[in-house]
Design a protein around this ligand. Structure first.
Ligand code: ADP
Ligand code: MG
Length: 740
């Protein structure tokens, strides 16, 4: 019976006190039946058996089948971790998933959150040294490797949501593989030496009464490592091996088990990567989902989502299931929530209540868990979520899905970093989203885009490591403590040449020192979700007191075009752009535009008059707001402005973009400083046609020739100052600078 997912009885929620063990057990008892009704339950023994047999395992199962909540518990119940000694880490790409799943699992286990089951995310640790199931973000586990290079605290690491192939997941995969090898080697040494010392060793030795035994061993200086219990319900581990002390700090090290979990079927890559690790497929349950497309493209998906939700609510009975709306992020969610509240305010009393339930990372925990509470009688939940609800979280009771077709690109976007860009999803994401409607009964999915648009979507999303600039990848690896980048075991290996280039770039940016080690600046940059060049600019802006301008310009560079240039109004458009023109080039021209735009509050007519691309400008403001928030969180003064001393701003940009410089040649052309390529200033640039001795640019685009985009004037001296190691000598030598 699929309706068996009885929600947690409301009266037991959040009421119990820490001391009241009984209530915890009662909640767990109530949830026991639900646990056993999950599809994965029938695979329980097979899973335990396979984990015992193999050090690496791939588990594939449909979303909602119970992978994330159940598998860690199965391992806990079978003694794969020892209370107070070892733990199982389960990584999630998203914070919200880590915290809310930990909460659920602690209820199922029947202990307070933070005790046996806990979570750790950046800046928030809800775990103790007794925690046996620790849910954490992948980034957090990477940090732990820095202080615990062999992850000795963990007997098992479960890499969840691996199909997302985030940059951190990929880095973690490589690190775990290395750690696994090293631990296997040490464990073998330990076993050999134990055998030599005449201790019998033939696998695991079983003893009952494990808790007592392991305390005894600890006090006598021997070491206890994880083992297994023949009784699946036995919570404590009962099987131990005793290992010689001779290896000093390596005693007690045992094999690390790595389990890679994925919601999509292409698990062979993971299996190959882990030397042919077995793949376990867990069947899910899926009812048919009827999919609808819009007949015409929607210009405003927020409004379309709002109207569709209202339509479902008013045209189907409220007991026909809740609605799940996929949106791109917090702003979207808050907007749709507001729209829904406005519309429902005027509902006549006979219409059932509509409860918008947002879920996003910044929402307080108590409100996040509301999405899991059942809707009261005569009402219906409209859950407003990001792609967190795509595969990470399964919310019971959903029968209708509204798919906006967009998401925010997580991780490091090639141009402007983390969580900043709204982009179309892939077909495989769209299918996952639709699938959420058919978990408990046949459902409906409303796609807010046309069928033709769906066909245009990419089949799958590209792994992040392939999307982002390699210098970013290398910086992240260095921050994770990988010293030999060339030897790193990438699942998708970049070329050696490209890696070397990235290393050099980071060295020039002073993120790495002479020995190739991360500098303090490099560490700072690795925490900042922008490409290294941009984060260097923001960093430099602190000292130069122009963080406001730096953030503004970086945001402005995040879109392709700030102006409209209609073919029949080229002249007018150019003339309008002149209003903002700075003799120093595009960076400051853009800044002028932004200042003017903000002054008129983005007025529509003003934008039309000045040929300003209003949509892109709104995007710029969005990026600007996010960057400002981020910098504030990092303790920077984002309002610090250099006002009119704009040379300072340009110097800051050069500190990140000295590799994008070109010098004027005697024949009037430009050649790049680093590769002596011919570089052409884009005709749309505010300094097109001028003869400026040195320029720097945001990027090169190849059309029919190499065009520099977003170009500004640079004093050659500034370039030398920005990268003395590279260009100090070059610029003091005999280059001849023609003048205007
Ligand atoms: P998978 O990882 O395979 O996608 P999960 O282990 O996340 O599956 O979910 C298994 C089941 O647990 C789902 O049916 C889901 O509805 C239920 N569940 C998970 N978290 C909660 C929660 N906080 N409240 C109620 N049910 C939950
Ligand atoms: Mg899961």
């Amino acid at each position: 019976n699929l309706g068996a997912e009885e929600p947690v009885p409301k009266e037991t929620k959040g009421k119990f006190k820490k001391s009241n063990q009984r209530d915890y057990k009662a909640v767990a008892q109530n949830l026991k039946q639900q646990r056993q009704d999950l599809p994965i339950f029938s695979a329980r023994n097979a899973i335990i058996r396979e984990v015992r047999k193999h050090n690496s395992l791939i588990i594939v199962g449909e979303t909602g089948s119970g992978k994330t909540t159940q598998i860690p518990q199965y391992l806990l119940e079978s003694g794969f971790t020892i209370y107070g000694q070892t733990a199982i880490a389960i990584t999630q790409p998203r914070r919200v998933a880590a915290t809310s799943i930990a909460k659920r699992v602690s209820e199922e286990v029947g202990t307070p959150l933070g005790a046996r089951v806990g979570y750790t995310i950046r800046f928030e640790d809800c775990s103790s040294d007794k925690t046996q199931l620790k849910f954490c973000t992948d980034g957090l586990l990477l940090r732990e490797i820095l202080s615990d290079p062999l992850l000795r605290r963990y007997s098992v690491v479960i890499l969840d949501e691996a199909h997302e192939r985030t940059l951190r997941t990929d880095i973690l995969l490589g690190m775990l593989k290395g750690i696994q090898k090293e631990r296997a080697r040490i464990a073998q040494l330990n076993r050999d030496s134990a055998a030599q010392n005449g201790q019998s060793f033939d696998g695991w030795h079983a003893h009952k009464g494990g808790e007592k035994l392991h305390r005894d061993h600890r006090s006598s200086g021997s070491h206890v490592v994880f083992g297994e219990s023949p009784d699946p319900e036995q919570k404590e581990s009962t099987v131990f091996t005793v290992i010689d002390d001779a290896h000093g700090d390596v005693t007690g090290i045992q094999d690390l088990k790595v389990i890679v979990m994925s919601a999509t079927l292409d698990a062979e890559r993971f299996s190959e990567y882990f030397g042919g690790a077995p793949i376990l497929y867990v069947a899910g349950r899926q009812f048919p989902v009827t999919t609808y497309y819009t007949t015409t493209p929607q210009s405003d998906y927020l409004d379309a989502a709002h109207l569709t939700a209202l339509q479902i609510h008013t045209e189907t009975p409220s007991n026909s299931g809740d609605v799940l709306v996929f949106l791109s992020g917090q702003e979207d969610i808050e907007n749709v929530e507001r729209l829904l509240r406005e519309s429902t305010a005027s509902f006549p009393p006979e219409v059932p209540h509509l409860l918008p339930c947002p879920i996003f990372a910044a929402l307080p925990q108590s409100q996040q868990s509301r999405v899991f509470d059942p809707a009261p009688e005569f009402s219906r939940k409209i859950i407003l979520a990001t792609n967190i609800a795509e595969t990470s979280l399964t919310i019971p009771g959903i029968r209708h899905v509204i798919d906006s077709g967009v998401h925010k690109v997580r991780g490091f976007d090639p141009r402007v970093g983390e969580s900043l860009l709204v982009e179309p999803i892939s077909q495989s994401s769209a299918r996952q989203r639709a699938g959420r409607a058919g978990r408990e009964a046949p459902g409906y999915c409303y796609r807010l885009y046309t069928e033709a648009d769906f066909a245009q979507l990419p089949e799958d999303s590209v792994p992040e490591i392939k999307r982002c600039q390699l210098s970013m990848v290398v910086l992240q690896l260095k921050a994770a403590g990988v010293h030999d980048i060339m030897a790193f075991d990438f699942m998708d290996r970049p070329s050696k040449k490209a890696l070397k280039h990235a290393l050099l770039e980071l060295y020039a940016l002073e993120a790495l020192d002479d020995k190739g080690e991360l500098t303090k600046l490099g560490r700072w940059m690795s925490e900042f979700p922008l490409e290294p060049s941009y984060s260097k600019v923001v960093y430099a802006s602190q000292k130069a007191h122009c963080t406001r301008e730096a953030i503004d310009i970086v945001s402005l560079l995040s879109v392709d075009s700030l102006f409209f240039i209609p073919a029949d109004k080229r002249e007018e458009s150019n003339a309008a752009q002149m209003t903002f023109r700075s003799a120093d080039g595009d960076h400051l021209t853009y800044l002028n535009l932004l200042r003017a735009y903000v002054k008129v509050n983005g007025d529509k007519e003003w934008c039309q008059e000045h040929f300003v691309n209003r949509r892109n400008m709104r995007h710029v403001l969005d990026v600007r707001q996010q960057l400002t928030r981020l910098c504030t969180r990092l303790g920077m003064d984002t309002e610090r402005s250099c006002n009119t001393d704009l040379d300072t701003v340009l110097k800051c940009f050069l500190s990140g973009f000295f590799h994008n410089c070109a010098l004027l040649q005697p024949d009037g052309s430009y050649r790049s400083l680093n590769g002596s390529q011919a570089v052409h200033i884009h005709p749309g640039s505010s300094i097109f046609g001028k003869k400026i001795p040195a320029i720097f640019y945001d990027q090169l685009v190849f059309t029919n020739k190499l065009h520099a985009r977003a170009v500004s004037a640079a004093d050659p001296l500034w370039i030398a100052q920005a990268a003395p190691k590279l260009y100090g000598r070059l610029l003091s030598s005999t280059v001849n600078y023609p003048t205007n």
